[in-house]
Design a protein around this ligand. Structure first.
Ligand SMILES: C[S@@+](CC[C@H](N)C(=O)[O-])C[C@H]1O[C@@H](n2cnc3c(N)ncnc32)[C@H](O)[C@@H]1O
Length: 289
């Protein structure tokens, strides 16, 4: 721990020259690296305290800030953790920073489940840091959550993240391509969820440096039309879902209609697009009949 006076911290903040759009990142850095939240900082402004304990020194914060500004490295990778829903997850270069819009997936899944006392088998395909799978496994220990990812590093990290919150064994993490590790669950899955890579290659190539240089390409690139992985997931889903089981997918802002058409083609009914908090048709659900 590093002892810092609140005056020193406030002065340090004041001396950082930031563009307005980077202001939130500065506070996120102080929170995730220094362990001091924005609301605490605001309270120091109203009611100064003398000495606080920070997890890192102000010099170290300055160093990380420079790396954020010069190399566009996201704060979450600099601090190796991120907030997502009510979780604080460890992340690294092998996994995507879980996005705020994806938080809604857990709520959509919980709505589909309805009665939480049911025993269910739920899957999260392409789990990354484990965000979606962990949020659901923590909701109810009688649900079995099966999470897959093509990257063993992601599986290891998701396992570490789950252990931070639970000593139960209702989350099973399996390495492999989409449904492939789930052969023994064929026909038994109640709800399958995925936030797969869905960004069309041309769009991916023009993404910001902070994404392209730091986030794993395999978590984002959805091939020429962005639908490469979505197509594979939908096509294989009927082998793995129970009759009446749900498939819930996140998709790119303009893919909802195409995802709907694919689901219809592979035998899904009750297909619906659900808008995210920005009014974008971000999620598609369908029931396998
Ligand atoms: C958009 S990220 C989503 C990560 C996490 N579920 C989230 O919402 O933050 C997509 C994930 O799919 C994984 N992935 C990519 N190709 C895959 C494949 N063929 N089979 C399984 N997982 C794959 C990536 O490693 C990455 O973790």
């Amino acid at each position: 721990m590093f002892e810092v006076s609140t005056e020193e911290l406030l002065l340090w903040i004041q001396n950082i020259k930031t563009e307005e759009e980077d202001r939130d990142s500065l506070y996120l850095l102080i929170d995730l690296l220094g362990g001091i939240s924005r609301s605490e900082i605001n309270s120091f402004r109203i009611k100064p305290r003398k000495i606080i304990n920070m997890k890192v020194s102000l010099d170290s914060l300055s160093h990380s800030w420079t790396e954020f500004i010069q190399n566009k490295k996201p704060i979450q990778y600099l601090s190796s953790n991120c907030y997502w829903r009510d979780l604080n997850l460890e992340i690294n270069e092998h996994v995507l920073i879980p996005r705020v819009e994806t938080e809604q997936i857990t709520d959509i899944a919980l709505n589909l489940i309805g009665d939480p006392r049911k025993e269910l088998i739920i899957t999260d395909l392409g789990t990354g840091s484990g965000a979606i799978a962990i949020s659901l496994a923590l909701k109810c220990s009688t649900w079995t959550v099966l999470a897959t990812d093509i990257d063993q590093n992601a599986i290891n990290l998701a396992s570490k993240n789950f252990k931070k919150y639970s000593n139960k064994n209702n989350l099973k993490l399996l390495c492999g391509r989409w449904w492939q590790p789930l052969k023994k669950y064929a026909g038994k899955i109640d709800i399958a969820i995925s936030n797969p890579p869905y960004i069309p290659l041309k769009v991916y190539k023009n993404l910001s440096i902070s994404v392209k240089n730091h986030e794993p390409q395999k978590a984002l690139n959805g091939g020429d039309d962005g639908l490469l992985h979505i197509r594979e997931i939908i096509k294989e889903a009927p082998k793995y879902l129970k009759r009446d089981g749900w498939l819930l997918l996140e998709n790119h802002f303009d893919q909802a209609q195409k995802v709907k058409t694919l689901m219809l083609h592979y035998g899904f009914e009750s297909i619906k697009t659900i808008k995210d908090l920005y009014g974008i048709g971000r999620f598609t659900i369908g029931r396998y009949k």
